[in-house]
Design a protein around this ligand. Structure first.
Ligand SMILES: Cc1ncc(COP(=O)(O)O)c(C=O)c1O
Length: 260
């Protein structure tokens, strides 16, 4: 089927069904373009987008500043490997550090959320020399091997079998369940501060504070998976920044640094 001919919902749907693996059940809508909070379908219908493309389109669709930045960089140099220095990459890293909690001082760029979590767990294992990772009931961390093994939600972990060993499950919001598992074999505790796929679940403020203290006390790396809560979606640049008021924040605590 020619792309330019794929204008009606039926045509777009038939083309996607034919050439793509059926991994998601889709809504009966072919999104063709967007502007701000609106989505326009291939059939010319206009929809108020309360979904934000899986919470990715936080600035609204086709925001002129985003478009200008993409256009400007793609006209200069769309890609070059990290074997050379780049002003665009330098600027992006500096900007991220300027909005991150003060204890986070380095950026590692990734292609996806699951890759970020895989690398966070790997770095925690490397820096502590320990193997185990504690995550929480209801948490979702991605679909690649280690991240899906850290996911204790419905059937997801089952889909990733055989799972990566060394993943332990604690109860979200229950610090005692974490204390019982957090021995000297634990490299990291990872959590979605607001659980997403489990239905927008938060724990009490005390829970986050106690987690920070436990990690500091036992030399465990605390990893906040902010795929859903990061970059302004809770009204702060990062949830852990919001939560850090009054106590130290996510990441290894560096003595002498207070939270921003
Ligand atoms: C909390 C959370 N972590 C990790 C992921 C995985 O991110 P990605 O699909 O970009 O690999 C998701 C995806 O929805 C997520 O919601």
């Amino acid at each position: 089927m020619k792309t330019e001919a794929a204008t009606t919902f039926a045509e777009v749907a038939a083309s996607e069904e034919r050439y793509q693996l059926a991994t998601y059940r889709k809504m009966p809508l072919a999104a063709e373009r967007g502007q701000g909070v609106w989505i326009y379908s291939s059939d010319g219908q206009k929809y108020l987008d309360l979904y934000g493309g899986h919470a990715v389109a936080g600035t609204g669709h086709s925001h002129r500043h985003v478009l200008a930045a993409i256009r400007q960089q793609s006209e200069k140099l769309p890609f070059y490997s990290n074997l050379v220095y780049s002003d665009a990459r330098a600027g992006a890293a500096e900007k991220l550090i300027s909005i991150a909690p003060k204890s986070l001082t380095k950026v590692f760029f990734c292609n996806s959320g699951t890759e970020a979590n895989e690398n966070a767990m790997r770095m925690a294992r490397m820096t502590t020399g320990r193997e185990k990772i504690i995550t929480f009931s209801g948490g979702f961390h991605g679909r690649t091997a280690d991240a899906i093994s850290a996911t204790f939600l419905g059937r997801y972990r089952e889909l990733g079998k055989p799972n990566v060993p060394g993943h332990l499950q604690a109860d979200f919001g229950d610090i005692e369940s974490v204390r019982q598992l957090a021995d000297e074999s634990v490299a990291a505790i990872m959590l979605e501060p607001i659980q997403s796929m489990a239905g927008v679940r938060m724990a009490g403020t005390e829970f986050y504070r106690a987690l920070h203290e436990l990690c500091d006390e036992r030399g465990i790396v605390l990893i906040y998976d902010e795929v859903q809560t990061g970059v302004g979606r809770t009204g702060e640049w990062f949830f852990c920044r919001k939560q850090s008021r009054g106590w130290r924040c996510a990441g290894r605590h560096h003595p002498g640094q207070s939270a921003r």
